[in-house]
Design a protein around this ligand. Structure first.
Ligand code: ADP
Ligand code: MG
Length: 259
């Protein structure tokens, strides 16, 4: 049984852009990278998959349940989302931000129990942010903030995690740290993961399955070496690139030449 399934999903904002007839299955413990040019609909599709947007037609299911039938609290127990630009204007301490991940599990007016604090501590440890716990989130670097947001989703204890360009503002070292963490959550903690990426080599290196979007349509879905090909990338991105298999891991690498 897939953890997430989309069947004939259509969506538009009332502008020219539309998501057209999207069919997609995410298996349990799947790790899917969603790629495509700017404006191809990646963020829109992620929002539909996480229940933030409602499709005009078609169905989105989490397991057996239609996403639209789940209340906000139930949805938050099953899917955690990190959107691409999450700003914190208010200087919440890191510990408080991570604690917010427990809210869907608490009853009204229910206080934190020992278990909730244990989960928060573990989430901070797993993301190596324990030393930041009293710092205001508004004062952290992008890499630190991204790890704290992931800590919050770990604390949310959902089987499913969706992230929109989590590597957007990170240097290579922090990008790798974030991807390794996602892999660990996927492999050792059985989480299913969908991640929107603009970095094709990272998509190839870290995911099991890649879905390629072009102007609102899913062009192809499959293992990295079948999707990230010279032909596909040139056709969809219109970019003059060459894709070749990596010497070590065997995943495709995208290169381009300067002058
Ligand atoms: P991507 O994440 O792949 O860059 P998006 O899903 O953000 O693409 O956007 C797809 C298209 O939908 C773009 O043309 C964008 O301008 C448009 N769009 C995105 N959000 C809205 C909105 N809230 N209202 C109207 N159009 C939108
Ligand atoms: Mg986007």
């Amino acid at each position: 049984m897939p953890v997430l399934s989309l069947e004939k999903v259509n969506f538009n904002y009332g502008s020219d852009f539309a998501l057209l007839d999207i069919n997609l299955l995410i298996p349990e413990k799947g790790f899917l990278a969603l790629i495509g040019p700017n404006g191809s609909g990646k963020t829109t599709l992620l929002q539909i998959m996480s229940g933030l947007l409602t499709p005009k037609s078609g169905t989105v299911r989490l397991g057996d349940d239609r996403v639209g039938d789940l209340g906000a609290r139930e949805l938050a127990k099953r899917v955690a989302v990190i959107s691409s630009e999450q700003y914190f204007e208010f200087p919440f301490p890191v510990e408080e931000v991570v604690s917010m991940g427990r809210f869907p599990h608490l009853g009204r007016l229910q206080r934190f129990a020992r278990h909730d604090w244990e989960v928060v501590d573990r989430s901070l440890q797993m993301t190596q942010t324990t030393h930041l716990r009293n710092r205001p989130i508004s004062q952290l670097s992008s890499g630190e903030r991204q790890r704290v947001l992931i800590a919050r989703t770990i604390a949310q204890e959902t089987p499913f995690l969706m992230l929109d360009e989590p590597n957007a503002h990170l240097d290579i070292n922090h990008q790798i740290a974030v991807f390794r963490l996602l892999q660990e959550l996927n492999r050792d903690h059985d989480m299913s993961i969908i991640v929107v990426l603009h970095d094709l080599t990272a998509a190839a290196a870290f995911s099991q399955t890649v879905a390629l979007l072009d102007r609102g349509k899913l062009v192809t879905v499959g293992p990295p070496h079948e999707v990230i090909t010279t032909k596909n990338i040139r056709t969809v991105y219109g970019a003059d690139v060459v894709v070749h298999p990596s010497p070590e891991g065997g995943f495709p690498q995208v290169t381009y030449s300067g002058n």
